[in-house]
Design a protein around this ligand. Structure first.
Ligand code: NAD
Ligand code: UDP
Length: 309
């Protein structure tokens, strides 16, 4: 049985990944400091003898015996990663060094959950993996963007210097059940607001675009990437269906049947104008493409949110 470590496993994506890995016959160690993760996200797994939850902060080293590491620990929503920016960058830099050190000692494979934010406010559209990005090094998003860029560098240096088996996945905006209600990201904000009949908060004029991927599709891509041999990536994983924030607000209001109005708020600094993944590499190397349509994915997400709002 493969023993798998999932850092950030009690978070949104991590909890879906833990569940899928267990279903696919792995032993899972979930490691989390509960900054944005919750025990409740994985509490249904506690009775599974192949599941173990450890409270640990990855900025501190840890000794474990594992075969594979999915390294996700890092706050992902701007509200959370800007709450303590120095801690965010420590998590990406020191945390990644600790996980790579662990992998080196036990000869484990490592998959880094990187982000489309490494492309910054992109000057190329859609974004291919070969694009180096347009990132502000000193802005309010930099603790996250530059942290992930350094994490990618570390992963590739461990690969070249220590022959570590590594994989880099660049995740584009992902949504689904179990996102925190107060997560601050656009999908969870709009769903909560529409369900409560409150105005939907659109930052700026709402013409900025994103491309949203359902979490099940992403998790399938993660596992395919880990299985692959001789392919380090980076590889984009996301859904190329691009929409404006105004279109997203309309779609969510329509699915819920909500009469919520729209309220415009100031656009946060360095907010990328548009974002859409080019996923041809994932298609070629992993045979992966998303299967869940945004309307179906949002409907599933909304049903789960209704049990909590
Ligand atoms: P999340 O905030 O729900 O999950 C992050 C998890 O990491 C949480 O459980 C949190 O408690 C844990 N964590 C944070 N700092 C830690 C530390 N120092 N030590 C141990 N655990 C720590 O976010 P998510 O959406 O599930 O994101 C997971 C990963 O995917 C992150 O690395 C994020 O950067 C990346 N990502 C997510 C998206 C997205 O759209 N959701 C997009 C791009 C990249
Ligand atoms: N956004 C918005 N209203 C909200 C939250 C976010 O209009 O209540 C916008 C935000 O300015 C950005 C887009 O939605 O342009 C996606 O934001 P999110 O924080 O979800 O992800 P990211 O900016 O990291 O892609």
């Amino acid at each position: 049985m493969t023993r798998v470590l999932v850092t950030g496993g009690a978070g949104f994506i991590g909890s879906h990944l833990c569940r899928s890995l267990l279903e696919n016959g792995n032993e899972v160690i979930c490691l989390d400091n509960f900054f944005t993760g919750r025990r409740q996200n994985v509490s249904d797994l506690f009775t599974n003898p192949n599941f173990e939850l450890i409270r640990h902060d990855i900025t501190e080293p840890i000794l474990l015996e594992v075969d594979e590491i999915y390294h996700l620990a890092c706050p992902a929503s701007p509200v959370h990663y800007q709450f303590n920016p120095v801690k965010t960058i420590k998590t990406s830099v020191m945390g990644t060094i600790n996980m790579l050190g662990l992998a080196k000692r036990v000869k484990a494979k490592v998959l880094l959950a990187s982000t489309s934010e490494v492309y910054g406010d992109p000057l190329e559209h859609p974004q291919k993996e070969s694009y180096w990005g347009n990132v502000n090094p000193i802005g309010e998003r930099s603790c996250y963007d530059e942290g992930k860029r350094v994490a990618e560098t570390l992963v590739m240096d461990y690969h070249r210097q220590h022959r570590l088996d590594v994989k880099i996945v660049r995740i584009f905006n992902t949504y689904g059940p179990r996102m925190l209600l107060d997560d601050g990201r656009v999908v969870s904000n709009f769903i909560v607001q529409a369900l409560r009949g409150e105005p939907l908060t659109i930052y700026g004029d709402g013409s900025q675009t994103r491309s949203f991927c359902f979490v099940d599709d992403l998790v399938r891509g993660f596992e395919l990437m880990m299985k692959g041999t001789d392919f380090t990536g980076p590889v984009n994983l996301g859904n190329p269906v691009e929409m404006t924030m105004l279109e997203l607000a309309d779609l969510i209001r329509e699915i819920i049947g909500s009469k919520s109005t729209i309220e415009h708020r100031p656009l946060p600094s360095d907010d990328p104008t548009r974002r859409r993944p080019d996923i041809s590499l994932a298609g070629e190397r992993l045979g992966w493409s998303p299967e869940v349509d945004i309307r179906d994915g949002l409907s599933k997400t909304i049903e789960e949110f209704k049990t909590r709002v």
